[in-house]
Design a protein around this ligand. Structure first.
Ligand code: FES
Length: 163
């Protein structure tokens, strides 16, 4: 069965007809040609498909598109302004926070939200008076897997971006 939906992606309105089994990830990649959200596990375990839904991190592979008619989504494609990278993207580049790059769009989107959470003082599962910043970052980024193991540089990039 098909349904007509509207998605606002990186500020652009898209009207499309989707099968009711279509995920937001597949709608973005296969219908709209927005390919920065990647399909890794397709089961909500790797974070490669991370996008922001109304500013919160979500795994788009787990989201039925029809359940998000009218949603406002942000992807790595929409980060930055005037052709310049977002400050978090700049820190990823400066700290070599990737190898193959497959997970990077999801990492960067997740990092942008994680930094907002940190700056807003939202507690994580490890937050305590003596929790250091690197531990906070590792916990907050734990939903994004990097098979190349660029974690140390990802943490470095985030700690610079938070400062
Ligand atoms: Fe969505 Fe892995 S592809 S979490």
């Amino acid at each position: 069965m098909d349904a007509d939906i509207t998605l606002f992606v990186d500020g652009t309105e898209h009207r499309l007809t989707v099968d009711t089994r279509t995920t937001v990830l597949d709608a973005l990649r296969e219908r709209l040609g927005i390919t920065s959200p990647k399909k890794g596990c397709d089961h909500g375990q790797c974070g490669a498909c991370t996008v922001l839904l109304e500013g919160r991190r979500v795994n788009s592979c787990l989201m039925p598109a029809v359940a998000h008619d009218g949603a406002h989504l942000s992807t790595a494609d929409g980060l930055g302004e005037d052709g310049r990278p977002h400050p978090v993207q700049s820190e990823f580049i400066r700290h070599d926070a990737f190898q193959c790059g497959y997970c990077t769009p999801g990492q960067v989107v997740s990092a942008v939200a994680a930094i907002e959470e940190l700056k807003a003082g939202e507690p994580s599962a490890v937050t305590a008076d003596d929790t250091d910043l690197d531990e906070e970052i590792r916990e907050r980024m734990s939903g994004n897997i990097c098979r190349c193991g660029a974690y140390a540089n990802i943490v470095r990039a985030l700690s610079e971006a938070v400062a």
